[in-house]
Design a protein around this ligand. Structure first.
Ligand SMILES: Nc1ncnc2c1ncn2[C@@H]1O[C@H](COP(=O)(O)OP(=O)(O)O)[C@@H](O)[C@H]1O
Ligand SMILES: [Mg+2]
Length: 243
């Protein structure tokens, strides 16, 4: 599904250019769940933004479904992102003017030109799955961090994307809510073969999902070392399978 080779990304900083990703190789197969781990500042969000076509690397190659991303036109990138990728951002970015079900159904409303009963039904199913049915008509300003995070996860999967990219999706969640989110991803993975890339430093998420790709902390002046550290079949953490 994704193959990235020798990805380099440098940001300007007051002390001169700072290389965050220095020749990172990464691959995830269709239908695979992969965790990107590493300490804060190691470049997880930077890598996810590149994999999700939100940002471009300075050099290196990125292939998505065997298509060379550097050859895609801006409108092709936009269409690919809208149709095939679901994002959960670290700062969930819910829409304050919409209640929970409309936030979740928003990607569907964009696609179909408005909200409908059909979209509402799907949003309600996702809310129920995440045990948030009671929040359907409430607005984001009243949600806890964990509630917002789960609603953002439901929104990201609403249009059944091929690729789900989640940036620290369980940071504000207790164990029960974490396992609800992971169960949702595992169910989508089984039912629709969704591919997922999840940035996290949460051990529970690492154990529950498949392969762990570790971005090492980068001592100044050294090159970035990244490595695959384990290969576990999904669902090894003994969490309840929903389907
Ligand atoms: N747009 C940017 N401009 C300058 N520096 C950035 C930018 N985005 C991220 N960085 C820096 O790159 C490093 C890696 O950031 P990030 O990818 O967010 O790491 P992580 O998600 O692993 O915590 C950090 O030191 C951060 O300050
Ligand atoms: Mg980050």
């Amino acid at each position: 599904m994704i193959k990235a080779e020798k990805i380099v990304k440098t940001y300007p900083s007051p002390g001169g250019p700072k290389t965050i990703l220095n020749g990172v190789n990464f691959a995830v197969g269709a239908g695979e769940i992969c965790v990107v781990a590493g300490p804060s500042g190691s470049g997880k969000s930077t890598l996810l933004n590149i994999l999700g076509l939100l940002d471009r690397p300075d050099s290196g190659s990125l292939f998505i479904n065997s298509i060379d991303a550097s050859l895609m036109k801006p409108e092709e990138i936009l269409a690919f992102r809208n149709e095939k990728i679901g994002f959960v951002f670290q700062h969930h970015f819910l829409i304050p003017e919409l209640d929970a079900w409309r936030n979740i159904a928003y990607p569907g409303a964009l696609k179909e030109g408005g909200f409908s009963e059909k979209l509402k039904e799907r949003a309600m199913e996702l809310l129920d799955f995440l045990k948030l049915g009671n929040l359907a008509y409430n607005y984001p300003e009243t949600f806890s961090g964990g509630e917002s995070q789960r609603i953002a996860a439901a929104r990201a999967v609403f249009n059944a994307p091929e690729l789900l990219i989640m940036d620290e999706p369980t940071g504000s969640l207790d164990l029960a809510s974490k396992s609800d989110v992971i169960n949702l991803i595992l169910a989508l993975n089984r039912v629709s073969k969704i591919t997922a890339v999840i940035a996290t430093h949460d051990d529970f998420v690492k154990k529950s999902c498949g392969r762990v790709f570790e971005l090492a902390a980068k001592p100044a002046g050294s090159s970035q070392a990244s490595r695959i550290i384990s290969l576990l079949p999904p669902g090894r953490a003994g969490i309840k399978r929903p389907l």
